[in-house]
Design a protein around this ligand. Structure first.
Ligand SMILES: [Zn+2]
Length: 259
């Protein structure tokens, strides 16, 4: 697990698995933990990492309801979870889905957890809207399209955008779990002016990047999605993201768009 400081009030840990990111944001003596690392040892050490950095975690946020972003309670079992209404709806409509997928992942990879994943009722946050943290406020932006739900979190005093599963340098746009191509494009357009003023962007996978690089990835992703819409399977993948794994995601996207 890698930890990178982006600002005195923001640091990001990147999981060894899928390079899933977890962002800690602080104002005054309160901090939020956004999303989560995946591996049990990473979640076990996270409270000590946060404490050592002087971040007192009082709440969890999840950018969306995919299981790999929902594991923060293993690290901070007392902290309430805040999500967009779209995410709360997905958690309600798909009861046990995250737990089931986590269990399958753990069984496939011989992972052991201290217990089952507890996800008691999440608090619904206003999206678009703001969420108070200490003496500051986070700005919440709708970010659906990858899935049916989602929010991106702008930290204005640090110029950091926590994007959820968008703008990854590793992963092409992925349309899954009720997501849609048109919603994905709308989210990219909505996030573009925010990305343009960002010092750093934290994608859901692949570690933090600077705002200029994120803006370039945003343009590549839009080009790919427009090609996917117009040419289906023949759409060209972004140059730096053409691995076998990305070709499989592309094939899934073609099927999702056709469905
Ligand atoms: Zn993800």
């Amino acid at each position: 697990m890698r930890a990178v400081g982006l600002h005195p009030d923001v640091f990001v840990v990147t999981s060894r698995f899928w390079q899933t990111t977890c962002t800690l944001v602080r104002s005054g003596d309160e901090a939020f933990c956004v999303d989560s690392p995946v591996l049990p040892d990473e979640l076990e050490i996270l409270p000590a990492v946060a404490e050592q950095a002087g971040f007192r975690v009082v709440g969890l946020l999840a950018t969306h309801a995919d299981w790999d972003h929902l594991l923060g309670r293993y690290a901070f079992p007392e902290a309430p979870l805040g999500v967009a209404e779209s995410t709360a709806l997905r958690l309600r409509n798909e009861p046990g889905d995250a737990q089931r997928k986590l269990r399958d992942f753990d069984e496939d990879n011989y992972m052991e957890r201290p217990g089952p994943l507890g996800l008691p009722g999440a608090q619904v946050l206003p999206v678009p809207g703001v969420c108070d943290l200490g003496e500051q406020a986070l700005e919440l932006h709708p970010a659906d399209g990858h899935t049916a739900d989602g929010m991106a979190i702008w930290v204005p005093w640090a110029s950091v955008l926590v994007a959820g599963d968008y703008l990854s340098r590793l992963e092409i746009p992925m349309i899954s779990s009720g997501g849609s191509l048109s919603a994905y494009l709308a989210t990219l357009n909505r996030l573009e002016p925010v990305v343009e003023q960002a010092a750093h962007v934290v994608p859901g996978h692949g570690g933090p990047i600077d705002g200029t690089r994120a803006a370039a990835i945003l343009r590549e992703d839009r080009t790919y999605l427009e090609a996917l819409r117009d040419r289906g399977a023949d759409a060209a993948l972004p140059l730096a993201r053409r691995t076998g794994a990305q070709k499989r995601i592309h094939a899934d996207n073609v099927a999702a768009v056709a469905a």
